[in-house]
Design a protein around this ligand. Structure first.
Ligand code: RBZ
Ligand code: NIO
Length: 350
């Protein structure tokens, strides 16, 4: 056990400094004041560092939407019933969800993965990596065993590997799991030693009483399970979720295969955080997308040193904020490839 995870951890390399320096030099020769394209220039540099070359191309994109169910739903922590998880997975497969529309706008594929939903969906379009039919209630005990946590993380690593082998050049994280803002908050609190008040938000839109129940659920999940903040797999197993574990694996797998990975909202960012606790070098492969309205997202991003590209007041998940950033990556690549230089255009330099 853990061989796949260990191998992936060892495969994550730092970014290529030479490719990044060459890209900075090229950007400064283009017909614009140095640095004037801001974050777009930083993106071009990061993409070059990841690709290991300043010769960048527009690449195939995929949003990986991982789904799982959560035993903690029985504590009344979501505004929606648990069966919505499986119902939304069907909606993804049929192309009717927000992520289908936004990924479509960006020309990206939506890859839907069952990491551990309760409903038994027989559909060949759904990738089944079901580790167990939902987590146990974290208020009462561990979400899953350590073995199950490792299996879920390794499934994510395997998927990143497969997508890379299929020629996908950039991944985005997405998730679906009614109740999953609660384990995400518990993981963030456990990993960073934060108070429930700072990390618990309204998720799908719980009322004041729901917010109180969520804080209490997070506090008692940590009290009951005592996750070890120094052991990311222990945090996943005790207070995590199957789709969150899968996404942590996807992030590690992306970095191990030198693919950039665009990180969506709160849940995805917590998955990225736990991935970077396992492999700090994976941080350089992350592209933050947007700042979610979910309380705690800003804190989670701060823990990773990430500054989100977009502020759209969104709080959906599914990978929607990440998909919206795909055109920005293409734009960064095309600036580098298509703009004239001061020399070629005969423009005077400062
Ligand atoms: C129809 C619907 C579509 C969604 N798509 C993403 N989420 C989002 O809401 C859930 C997390 O919020 P909470 O912890 O409050 O349950 C996750 O499934 C997340 O992806 C949705 C939620 C609903 C109801
Ligand atoms: O930030 C997110 O990803 C999010 C916020 C609320 C509900 N679901 C997801």
């Amino acid at each position: 056990m853990m061989e796949k995870l260990q191998k992936a951890i060892e495969a994550v390399r730092p970014l290529d400094e030479r490719a990044m320096e060459e890209t900075r030099r090229r950007l400064d020769r283009l017909t614009k004041p140095p640095g004037s394209l801001g974050r777009l220039e930083e993106l071009a540099v990061q993409l070059a560092g990841i690709a290991g070359t300043s010769e960048l191309a527009v690449v195939r994109k995929a949003v990986v939407v991982m789904a799982g169910d959560h035993g903690v739903c029985e504590e009344g922590v979501s505004a929606f019933p648990q069966e919505v998880t499986g119902q939304m997975v069907l909606n993804f497969l049929n192309g009717g969800a927000a992520i289908n529309v936004l990924a479509g706008q960006a020309g990206a594929d939506v890859v839907c993965v069952d990491m551990g939903i309760k409903a038994q969906l027989k559909d060949e379009r759904l990738i089944s990596r079901n580790v167990r039919a939902g987590t146990a209630n974290i208020v009462r005990g561990p979400a899953m065993t350590r073995e199950e946590a490792v299996r879920a993380v390794e499934a994510g690593i395997g998927l990143a590997e497969e997508l890379a082998a299929q020629g996908v050049g950039v991944l985005a994280t997405g998730e679906m799991g009614i109740g999953n803002t609660t384990p995400s908050s518990a993981m963030l609190a456990a990993l960073c030693g934060l108070e429930p008040e700072d990390v618990v938000g309204r998720g799908t839109g719980v009322d004041e009483a729901g917010l109180v129940r969520k804080r209490e659920a997070v506090a008692s999940a940590i009290r009951t399970n005592r996750p070890d903040s120094e052991d990311p797999l222990d945090v996943i197993a005790k207070v995590g979720g199957l789709e969150i574990a899968g996404l942590a694996g996807l992030v590690i797998g992306a970095a191990a295969n030198r693919l950039p990975v665009v990180i969506d909202g709160f849940i995805s960012t917590v998955a990225a955080l736990v991935a970077c606790r396992l492999v700090p070098a994976a941080q350089a492969y992350l592209i933050p997308s947007h700042l979610s309205e979910e309380r705690g997202h800003r804190l989670a991003l701060g823990q990773l040193g990430l500054d989100p590209l977009l502020h759209l007041g969104m709080r959906l998940g599914e990978g929607t904020g990440a998909a919206l950033c795909f055109p920005l990556l293409d734009a960064a690549v095309q600036v580098l490839n298509k703009m004239a230089t001061f020399d070629s255009a005969g423009v005077s330099e400062s």
